[in-house]
Design a binder for this molecule. Structure first.
Ligand code: HAM
Length: 423
């Protein structure tokens, strides 16, 4: 084949068969689990008005300042390809006046302009859940449990959960003051980005991957030591609930998450198989976001899991527990001998499809040998052969492509015989 003239944009992925099937499988597992926890699907636009993100993800967050695909459309509107799902979901809940509390899940593509590397893409996929209008620590724990079950269902055994609490609008200012004072004392040891973050959004310093900055923040004051009584109680409640639900987790008192809307609970799922981009997913509580986007005070909590990274962390052949496998149809090929038999082949294909059997006919190849080759290339399970002898006898020949065995099947028995072969 010639060298292709067009390549995909940097930081994007193609999902060709059968990898695309895997993607659908993950979506199926996500949908089943979410439904079991009372979440219902929501689908929102891939682009939103830019201020939906600047007013929520945080105008000092890396995502908003450096990573958004923002553009003006032909009507001079400021739009942005969604870098994450939460703000759009909250916007849709308010705009459609959904009754709160409401539990929603979603699955789709997201866009961030970062430097592409292993596990970090410019277009990637997320599975997310949002419990909007629920305040209890049990809700946070249930959401952590749901993500944990998702990864376990897919056979990802090396996933660990990290937990922290970052307080609320009552206790965070005091903490922030102390942190800024600490960072100023270590100003010279911080990278340029962090020196800038120090005033605008000091908690972001905890996210910096720079070695020098990491060493500094190792000794920085921790959020969990500065919680007000209500936040401390809530944090204890989350831990107790997780224990009761038998979810194992570790405390990471430097975990703050890269988005501005969080308060209290934050968590992340980490995999050792991923390298530097080791976060399989993350989430937390965002009790102010609904209000910040124009709604009533509404405590909320959720997560988003990176589907591309999940696929990278999955074992070669994931164990598929009973009932989680999507109904994947096997393929039958109808092979015809001549023009007369082709007419029967078309009718037979229609009949098989009407009975739910995935069926193809190679119309281009006049010679049966080439049709068999097409069937092989398409990964078909069997060929149903329509020849003059078969038609005269009122049968079809059914060839099992896995074993090479061939048998004659009465016309009225073909559907169950093909089905039996698939099983
Ligand atoms: P996030 O931590 O920004 O959170 O993203 C969640 C997950 O998406 C990450 O842990 C990672 O697996 C995946 N991800 C993020 N960026 C990329 C990328 N460039 N390439 C590949 N995968 C990526 C959120 O998005 C929040 N909306 C989560 C949330 C929902 N919080 C509350 N509700």
């Amino acid at each position: 084949m010639n060298t292709p003239r067009h390549s995909r944009p940097k930081g994007t992925l193609d999902f060709v068969p059968p990898v695309a099937d895997e993607l659908r499988h993950l979506e199926y597992v996500a949908a089943r689990l979410s439904t079991r926890f009372g979440f219902r699907e929501i689908v929102t636009p891939v682009f939103e008005h830019t201020d939906v993100f600047t007013k929520s993800s945080g105008d000092a967050s890396d995502i908003v300042t450096k990573e958004m695909y923002s553009f003006k459309d032909r009507g001079e509107r400021d739009l942005t390809l969604r870098p994450e799902g939460t703000p759009g979901v909250v916007r849709a809940v308010l705009e459609n006046r959904l009754r709160i509390p409401v539990r929603l899940y979603y699955f789709g593509p997201y866009f961030r302009f970062g430097r592409p590397q292993k596990g970090r893409f410019r277009e990637f996929r997320q599975y997310g859940v949002e419990a909007i209008g629920e305040a209890s620590p049990y809700v946070d724990a249930e959401i952590v449990l749901l993500g944990d079950e998702f990864f376990r269902t897919l056979g990802i055994s090396d996933c660990t959960t990290e937990l922290n609490s970052i307080g609320c609008r009552a206790c965070r200012p005091g903490y922030r003051k102390e942190l800024v004072a600490f960072l100023y004392a270590h100003k010279d040891e911080l990278c340029e980005d962090c020196r800038e973050r120090m005033d605008r959004n000091p908690l972001r310093v905890f996210d910096c991957k720079n070695e020098g900055c990491r060493e500094v923040v190792a000794d920085a004051p921790k959020t969990a030591g500065h919680l007000c009584d209500d936040c401390a109680d809530h944090y204890d409640g989350v831990k107790r609930a997780l224990d009761r639900m038998k979810v194992s987790y570790g405390i990471n008192d430097r975990l703050v998450r890269g988005l501005d809307y969080y308060n209290r609970t934050v968590f992340e799922y980490i995999s050792s198989r991923l390298g530097a981009q080791d976060s399989l997913g993350g989430g937390g509580r965002y009790d102010y976001l609904v209000e910040d986007l124009g709604g009533p005070p509404t405590p909320s909590s959720g997560f988003a899991l990176g589907i591309d990274r999940t696929m990278m962390a999955m074992p070669e052949k994931p164990p598929l527990p009973e009932g989680t496998q999507p109904p994947r149809e096997s393929l039958a090929y109808v092979v015809w001998m001549g023009e007369e038999e082709l007419k029967h082949a078309v009718e037979l294909a229609a009949k098989l499809r009407a009975e739910g059997v995935a069926t193809r006919v190679d119309f281009d190849a006049a010679r049966p040998k080439r049709q068999f080759r097409s069937a092989d290339a398409a990964g078909a399970a069997c060929c149903v052969i329509v020849g003059p002898d078969e038609l005269a006898k009122g049968v079809y020949s059914l060839k099992d492509l896995a074993t090479g065995e061939q048998e004659e099947v009465p016309v009225n028995m073909i559907v169950p015989r093909v089905r039996a072969l698939f099983r």
